[in-house]
Structures are given as C-alpha cells and as structure tokens.
Design a protein around this ligand. Structure first.
Ligand code: ADP
Ligand code: MG
Length: 319
C-alpha cells in the first residue's frame, strides 16, 4: 500500500514542472490577482506558490491534502462535464504530500488567523498561525522518498528553463494579474497587470510588444504579430482554452497562418497569443494527464473562428 501510494502519486507529479502547474492552477482557481512562484534547485528542494486568492476556511484545511477531496465539483457525476475550474480531481496536493513534503498556510480574508497544514505521506498535522489573506503552498524535498524518480529527473537548468517558459505562457494568457517568478532567490520574470501586449513585453521584450495587433473576435482574444515581424519558428504561437495554456493542435496553428493569407511568406510563423473560449461541454481537458492537451468537440469551427479573427485584426490595421 505504501509503495502503491507512492507510484500513484508519482503519476500525478512526475517532475517539478507538474507541481508548479498544479499549484499555479490552484491559485488561478482561487481567483488570485497576485501569484508568486519560488523554486530552488530546479524545484527539487523547494516549489512555493503564494497567492492572494480566496483561501481555504480553517474548517476545511484538513481535507486539502486528502486524495480526491476537491471543493470544485458539485456532488453529481454529470458535473465533471461542465467543469470550469482548472482543477477538479483533488489529487494534486495529495500527490505533492506523497512525493515530497507539503506545507500550506491559508487564510480567507474574512477569517481571523490563518490555518496551517503539514502533510507527508499519511501524516497530517494542523496548526494555527498568522498570514496575509490568500494561500501559500510549499512543496519540499520532492522525490526524496522516490530515489528512482529522482535519478531520472532532467538536468536542473533544463527544468528551470521549462518552468520559466511555462510561467511565461501563464503570463501571456493571464496578463491582468501580478506575476513574479524567482529562481534560487533571483527574480526571473515579473509582470504587473496589463493587456496582452504588456504581457508580450514582459515575456519577449518591448521590441516584440511594439507592433503586435489586437485580436478580438467571437471567442478569440489576444494578439498576433504584424506580418513583417514574423519568423521561421513556431515556438511563439500560444493558445489557451478557457484559461488553460494548452499545446495547440496543429489545426489551430494552421488557422492563424491562414488568417494572414498572402501576407505571410511561406514557412514563416507569427508570434501569437490567443485565448479561446468554448462552452465547457465542448472541451475535454482530460485527454492528457498533464492537462496540456485539450480535445475540442468542434475543432473545425474553432479553427474557422481563429482564422476569421486573425484576418479581421490584420484588415483593421492596414500596413
Ligand atoms: P483540485 O484542484 O483538483 O480540487 P487539489 O489537490 O489541487 O485538487 O486541491 C485540493 C483543494 O484544496 C481544492 O479543491 C481547493 O479547495 C483547495 N485549494 C488548493 N489550493 C488552493 C489555493 N491556492 N487557494 C484556495 N484553495 C486551494
Ligand atoms: Mg488543483
């Protein structure tokens, strides 16, 4: 049972990047307008996410690290089809407490005093402390008890690069909140609330931000670069579906490029940040364990909307 539990947890959380994604998703689900991430030793020593979201009432804190306990689903089975939060499985904090050591401090704004939770394996300890409104979750000593998992981790520099890139994508898709990322105590990425253009400035620098065009079509919002600022790489095409950064299906990348029509030289890809909104029932975030891929019920229709929104943005800004 102990080993089985560790294996199951290791499937939810297989590397520090997974912990980062889960904790940031929780902060977004909590309605935070300020999210701060600290990692040390590529996240193996420390992953800490501090938010100013709704917090967890003291009476519920004991449940936070219990497997399958979630506050995000009403108790009918069909609800999972209509879920609008980023999390809903109730496994992330549980897995973090198995794969490492979990420390959580949380306070809803209306509550006097904060609650504190230490969880490691099946050992859960509760306490009281003081803290600003919101939640700070720290995961320490990840994979300490899973030496095989620890040995197969990517080099620290690679993990740090990918975590920073992931946070860049969160900034691009959630530009209206404060973000701060520190690696081994050094600030790596900071962003103050702005629009999509401001987020492009925070992530790619003012030069890239200078001449992006606003896209504002039905269910498709964001920015695309002017045709002359495009490059022969696709690694700057970013999509989110209902707030979650996703690995875009190639159909969506193609739709953006088609939106430029003959304005774009062949083989060249634009920078784009596009936030797609679809009805919850048209979208299944479950197809990929890390939830980075989405299944869209009507990909063709979404792609057409993307193509038209991009074409309209370019038409509205004659060169
Ligand atoms: P899930 O997100 O799938 O519900 P998690 O294990 O990630 O499961 O979190 C368990 C529960 O703990 C959440 O349902 C939520 O009630 C609470 N929680 C976790 N993180 C936060 C946070 N940053 N702010 C407020 N509540 C949180
Ligand atoms: Mg979660």
């Amino acid at each position: 049972p102990h080993v089985a539990r560790l294996i199951a947890a290791g499937e939810v959380v297989s590397r520090p990047l997974d912990v980062v994604r889960e904790l940031v998703d929780n902060a977004l689900d909590a309605g935070a307008t300020r999210i701060e991430l600290d990692i040390e030793d590529g996240g193996l020593r420390v992953v800490r996410v501090r938010d100013n979201g709704v917090g967890i009432p003291a009476a519920s804190v004991a449940l936070a690290a219990v497997r399958h306990a979630t506050s995000k689903l009403p108790p009918d089975v069909a609800a999972v089809e209509r879920v609008t939060t980023l999390g809903f499985r109730g496994e992330a904090l549980w897995a973090a407490a198995q794969a490492g050591r979990l420390h959580l401090v949380t306070r809803p704004a209306s509550q006097v005093g904060a609650a504190e939770l230490h969880a490691h394996g099946e050992d859960i300890r509760l306490g009281r402390t003081s803290a600003p409104a919101g939640t700070t979750v720290t995961v320490l000593a990840l994979f300490e008890a899973l030496p095989a998992r620890r040995r197969t981790q990517l080099p620290t520099a690679t993990e740090v690069r990918e975590i920073t890139a992931l946070l860049g994508r969160y900034v691009l898709h959630h530009p209206d909140i404060h973000w701060r990322v520190a690696v081994d105590g050094e600030p790596r990425l900071t962003h103050a609330p702005a629009d999509h253009r401001g987020a492009v400035a925070s992530v790619y620098g003012p030069l890239s931000a200078n001449r992006v065009l606003t896209v504002d079509g039905p269910g498709v919002r964001g920015v695309v670069s002017r045709p002359e600022l495009t490059r022969a790489r696709r690694d700057r095409m970013h999509f989110s579906v209902n707030g979650r950064p996703v690995l875009a299906p190639p159909e969506l990348e193609k739709a953006v490029i088609e939106g430029y029509a003959e304005l774009l030289p062949a083989g060249v890809a634009p920078l784009c940040v596009l936030d797609l909104t679809v009805a919850p029932e048209d979208h299944n975030p479950n197809v990929h364990p890390a939830k980075q891929m989405v299944a869209l019920a009507d990909l063709g229709a979404v792609a057409a909307r993307v193509r038209e929104a991009v074409a309209a943005a370019l038409a509205a800004h004659p060169l």
